[in-house]
Ligand binder design. Structure first.
Ligand code: HEM
Length: 155
C-alpha cells in the first residue's frame, strides 16, 4: 500500500525538485552576471531547494528498499541485468541521483561560507548546474532512452 503512494509522491516531487533548482539558478546566475548584494531571498531559495532535494533523496531511498522492481533485480541479478530498465532503476538512477544530491549539498554549504556575494552566487551557480544536469539525465522521462515513465502518475 505504501509503495504505490510513494511512487506517486516521488514522481510528482520531481517537479518541485526541478522548479526549486531552476529558481535558485535564476537567482544565482543573475547575481553573478549582474553583480548585486546577496539578499535573504537568495539564501532562502538555496536552502529550500537543498531541502527539497534531500526530501526526494529520502523518499527515493525508502522506495529503493520496498520496490518490487529493485527486489527482483537483486534476486535475479544475472537475468534481470539484461534488462535496461531494471539496470536503470537499480544502479544508474540511484547513483546519479545520489551524486547530484551530494554536489548540490556541497555547493550550498560552500556558498554559505563564501565571504562575498559574488563568491556565493558563483559557487551556487556552478554546483547547482552540475547537480541539475545529473538529475535531468537520471529522471526517467517519457522520452528517455534509459527508462521511461509518465510525466505524472495517478493514484
Ligand atoms: C533527487 C532526485 C530524484 C528525482 C527527480 C527522481 C525522480 C524519479 C521519477 C520521476 C521516477 C519515476 C516514478 C514513477 O514510476 O512514476 C523515479 C523512480 C524511482 N526512483 Fe527516483 N528520483 C530521484 C532520486 C532518487 C533516489 C536518490 C533514489 C534511491 C535512493 C530513487 C529511487 C527510485 C526508485 C527505486 C524508483 C522506481 C521505483 C519502481 O518503479 O519500483 N530516486 N524517480
Amino acid at each position: 500500500m505504501v509503495y504505490p503512494i510513494l511512487l506517486v509522491i516521488h514522481n510528482a516531487f520531481r517537479w518541485l525538485v526541478l522548479s526549486s533548482l531552476l529558481a535558485t539558478l535564476g537567482s544565482s546566475y543573475s547575481g553573478w552576471l549582474w553583480p548585486r548584494s546577496y539578499r535573504p531571498f537568495d539564501q532562502t531559495i538555496r536552502i529550500v531547494a537543498t531541502s527539497i532535494v534531500h526530501t526526494q533523496l529520502l523518499i527515493g531511498f525508502y522506495l529503493y528498499f520496498i520496490s518490487p522492481l529493485i527486489r527482483y533485480y537483486w534476486r535475479f541479478k544475472p537475468d534481470a541485468s539484461q534488462s535496461p530498465e531494471f539496470r536503470f532503476f537499480s544502479i544508474i538512477h540511484i547513483n546519479l541521483m545520489f551524486t547530484a544530491v551530494i554536489v548540490v549539498t556541497i555547493g550550498s554549504s560552500l556558498a554559505k561560507r563564501k565571504a562575498t556575494a559574488q563568491g556565493k552566487f558563483r559557487t551556487t551557480a556552478i554546483y547547482f548546474t552540475i547537480g541539475l544536469v545529473l538529475i535531468l539525465i537520471a529522471v526517467p522521462w517519457p522520452f528517455s532512452p534509459l527508462a521511461s515513465r509518465g510525466w505524472f502518475r495517478a493514484f
